[in-house]
Design a protein around this ligand. Structure first.
Ligand SMILES: NC(=O)c1ccc[n+]([C@@H]2O[C@H](COP(=O)([O-])OP(=O)(O)OC[C@H]3O[C@@H](n4cnc5c(N)ncnc54)[C@H](OP(=O)(O)O)[C@@H]3O)[C@@H](O)[C@H]2O)c1
Length: 234
């Protein structure tokens, strides 16, 4: 029998017809259907679901659910509505990592070359040239060395910045000093203390909530900046 795979999306957003059609075409050996269109007596058949921003209670309707494949890169929206014991896999898109690394580079250059200050001066009709800092002397720290963080540190490194990164578990990336949690890892504080520009690419989870608060900012060098590509609660 063709496995029944519900497409689960908050009713507030309505079904994403184009995505459901694309999934049906890409996986003809699966019976992909919008959750609300599945007869209640068939819900027990479901072990795997595809979620595209589900709302509270939708996944709990599937008593034998074991795995949810999310269509999103972030996990913050799905973790609070995930029933206990169910695994979640998220979307990893190499194109997203590439465009995100490009955006990290763009905003890093924006701060590195003092663009906000020059824009301010331009508005005030002022011509003042400031000292140029070479990229190799600009210390950029990236929080999170996952799919997006790794692509970002490699791009920054290739542009000559002095790059460090932080993750929970140890990492080894050519030309990038990597800190991690644990006895010999240096931890997040080591990165904050030495960074002129901090880039946040951490997921928003319980453990990262509030990580970048007053105590963290107090450790950063005077005049340093934060680029937040993560979520506000972090
Ligand atoms: N602004 C945007 O447009 C946009 C777009 C997409 C995604 N995002 C955000 O970027 C985040 C990162 O995406 P990603 O694909 O790089 O994620 P990922 O592959 O899961 O990487 C997460 C990284 O954060 C580290 N980390 C540190 N503390 C953690 C904790 N308490 N819980 C989980 N991870 C922790 C992980 O360490 P380990 O490697 O040691 O596990 C890992 O290196 C997403 O969650 C999303 O919020 C933003």
């Amino acid at each position: 029998m063709t496995p029944l795979v519900p497409f689960v999306r908050s009713p507030d957003n309505g079904p994403n017809a184009a995505l459901v059609d694309a999934l049906c075409r890409a996986a003809p050996d699966l019976d992909v259907r919008v959750l609300g269109e599945i007869a209640p007596e068939r819900l027990h058949e479901v072990t795997v679901a595809i979620a595209d921003g589900p709302s509270e209670g939708q996944l709990a309707r599937l008593p034998n659910l074991r795995l949810v494949q999310s269509t999103w890169a972030g996990v913050e929206a799905i973790l609070p509505v995930l029933p206990a014991g169910v695994e979640v896999a998220r979307m990893v898109d190499p194109r997203l990592a590439e465009t995100m690394a490009e955006a990290v580079l763009a905003w890093t250059l924006h701060l590195h070359r003092d663009m906000p200050r020059y824009a301010r001066q331009q508005r005030n009709g002022q011509w003042i040239v400031h000292e140029l800092v070479h990229a190799s002397h600009r210390r950029v720290g990236v929080l999170g060395l996952g799919v997006l963080g790794r692509a970002a540190v490699e791009t920054l490194r290739d542009h000559g910045f002095d790059v460090t990164g932080w993750s929970r578990s140890p990492k080894s990336i050519d030309g990038v000093e990597c800190f991690h949690d644990g006895l010999d890892g240096g931890g997040v504080d080591a990165l904050l203390r030495r960074s002129d520009i901090v880039v946040n690419l951490l997921p928003h989870t319980e453990a990262t909530t509030g990580l970048l608060g007053a105590a963290a900012f107090a450790q950063m060098p005077t005049g340093s900046s934060l680029i937040n590509f993560g979520r506000g609660p972090t």
